[in-house]
Design a protein around this ligand. Structure first.
Ligand code: ES4
Ligand code: ZN
Length: 319
């Protein structure tokens, strides 16, 4: 039985398995530049974040209708339940769909159809977090927030993802202020490929409550001390870090050192269809590669509920 856990760093578009991609391509008459699922899987050898993002955005071409987004989310929730996930906070990238002519309402309402049934069907409670693409302009992010207004009851918060280096958090100060004023919770990717200073900026300028990845905080002892003191949750994704070459091998991952330092770590799957495992697979992998024992695995699971955007009572119930 997998340990009950919350998943806090999961891009729904990154759960698109090759089999579903081909099924949706056929249904929507979209031509994929791969002969079959095997050939597509062979393309999953990434040099860095950008080389992954190129494939990730191109494969989204198959997602067109509400039913497609519903099927994508339901497939993820089925897998997540089998991995011990009891609560999932799910990222989506509206700008990547709007750019292809898919309205934001199609994305949000399609995903919501699966999410609404999730507790009953899979025993997984859910929230949606809308991410802004940091390699697009701040104006585009603000327009996206505006376009999401009719659907805000479906969204718990906003995040920031895509190509990090050269796109510091401060670029999105205004849109984060606007999101906070709308009552949305705030997270951002920082310190995945970008420097530790981006983590500080996400905290001080964007006022995020959690940092997605935060891996590179380990280069700055004063920052580590602050993150420990303020108990800032980090949503780490160790398999992602290996596949995107932030680190050479899982055996080199700093997770064990981060836990020893007292950081509020959680372990998550990021884009599991692309990175070789869902969240419980990741728990097993860090146990094997880093000697993270049962007690620390339980700490990681407990942290995931504590860091979730659940009310205190619901989180305590899971603990
Ligand atoms: C992402 Cl691994 C990662 N990093 C940044 N942005 C992303 N979008 C989807 N996966
Ligand atoms: Zn991510």
């Amino acid at each position: 039985m997998p340990i009950p856990k919350a998943e806090l760093h999961l891009h729904i578009e990154g759960t698109l398995e090759p089999e579903l991609a081909f099924a949706l391509a056929a249904r929507n008459h979209v031509e994929l530049p791969y002969a079959d699922t095997e050939e597509l899987r062979k393309a999953y050898l990434f040099e860095d974040l950008q080389s992954f993002l190129d494939l990730y955005y191109s494969l989204m071409a198959v997602l067109r209708t509400e039913a497609d987004f519903e099927e994508l989310a339901d497939a993820y929730l089925t897998r997540a339940a089998a991995q011990g996930v009891r609560h999932a906070e799910i990222f989506f990238d509206p700008q990547a769909h709007i750019a292809r002519g898919v309205p934001i309402g199609t994305v949000i309402e399609g995903l919501s159809r699966a999410l609404e049934r999730s507790e009953e069907r899979h025993g997984v409670s859910t929230r949606l977090i809308m991410c802004f693409l940091r390699d697009q302009s701040a104006e585009s992010a603000m327009e996206t927030l505006e376009a999401a207004r009719p659907h805000l009851h479906r969204i718990i918060g906003v995040g920031l993802d895509s190509a990090e280096v050269g796109h510091p958090p401060a670029k999105f100060k205004e849109v984060y202020e606007a999101a906070a004023a709308l009552g949305l919770r705030l997270v951002a990717h920082a310190g995945e490929e970008g420097p530790p200073a981006y983590i500080t900026e996400a905290l001080d300028v964007l006022r995020v409550e959690r940092v997605d990845h935060g891996l590179r905080c380990m280069e700055d002892p004063a920052l580590v001390e602050r993150l420990v003191r303020e108990r800032v949750p980090l949503t780490l994704c160790p398999l992602s870090n290996v596949r995107l070459r932030a680190i050479d091998m899982l055996e080199d991952h700093p997770l064990a050192r981060m836990l020893d330092a007292g950081l509020m770590c959680t372990v998550n799957s990021d884009d599991p269809a692309y990175f070789g495992g869902y969240v419980d697979d990741t728990f097993h992998a860090v146990h094997e590669a880093l000697g993270i024992g049962q007690e620390q695995l339980r700490t990681l699971a407990r942290n995931s509920f504590e860091a979730a955007f659940l009310d205190r009572d619901a989180a305590d119930e899971e603990l």
